[in-house]
Design a protein around this ligand. Structure first.
Ligand SMILES: [Zn+2]
Length: 261
């Protein structure tokens, strides 16, 4: 639909969806570039550019690319949620709109795109990720299971908060090596992770930034956090004092020594 079009200008009214490019640099990076191909890989929409760079859209749950022409305007509702607008040389507008801004738009260089795509693990909520496949992906790792959950090559997009919460819910010691998990434990852990992510999405909870790297603002999901941020407090399952440690990969790990053993 937009393949072959040239970008006349770029504007990011809600630049927090951007990755690997600052909102103020977007126009300079894209202006004059021709979109050579629009394609998909897993849940990604990839706009390849003539320079070899690529704009990669990960729409997640409420994101979409919309093309607006002079006689085909987008709805007022869509317009209210536009995060990025590319003005094309043929005067059409290509919008990325994202109602809850859970999605991302990443500007990859030619060198990093192939690498990034090859290295990407499945989405934790992707139905194609079976318990067997997940269990299999843990089999060759001697690293701590919590660290492996956050490995983008194993699962795409799980941050520190969710890794902590999933281990607690599944009653799995976060420091156990990934290869020590039995298949039924791996299945439980995946189910726990999915429950937490689903609950979080329902509560617009921790922001998407948390979902990615656990560093962003903490929203409506915070009351539902069982361990993260509660080091020293009582475990809500058994009453034991939760342990707070940096021992795994320097990241904050909070767990219950009694029910996660
Ligand atoms: Zn406990």
């Amino acid at each position: 639909m937009v393949a072959g079009a040239t970008i006349a200008s770029a504007y990011a009214p809600r630049g927090d969806v951007l990755r690997q490019v600052q909102p103020e640099d977007l126009d300079v990076r894209l202006r004059g570039q021709t979109i050579t191909r629009v394609w998909r890989r897993a849940k990604l929409i990839i706009l390849s550019l003539a320079s070899g760079d690529a704009l990669v859209v990960q729409p997640r749950f409420t994101g979409a690319l919309l093309v607006e022409g002079s006689d085909t305007p987008i709805s007022a509702r869509d317009r209210a949620y536009v995060a990025i607008t590319l003005t094309l040389a043929d005067e059409r507008l290509l919008h990325y709109r994202d109602i809850r801004r859970l999605g991302t738009v990443t500007l990859f260089s030619a060198q990093t795109l192939d690498q990034a795509l090859a290295a990407l693990g499945p989405e934790p909520l992707d139905a194609a990720l079976t318990a067997e496949r997940f269990s299999g992906s843990l089999r060759n790792s001697r690293q701590a299971i919590k660290k492996v959950l956050m490995d983008q090559g194993v699962l795409a997009g799980v941050g520190n908060i969710y890794a902590n919460e999933a281990c607690w819910l599944a009653r799995i010691d976060p420091s156990r090596t990934a290869d020590s998990l039995l298949p039924d434990e791996a299945a439980t852990l995946l189910g726990s992770l999915r429950s937490i992510l689903t609950l979080s999405i329902q509560h617009r909870g921790t922001s998407f930034r948390d979902y990615v790297d656990a560093s962003g603002g903490r929203g409506g999901f915070v009351p539902y956090l069982e361990v993260y941020g509660r080091g020293g407090d009582a475990c809500r399952r058994c009453g034991s004092r939760l342990i707070d440690t940096q021992a795994i990969d320097g990241r904050t790990t909070v767990f219950c020594w009694r029910c996660q053993s």
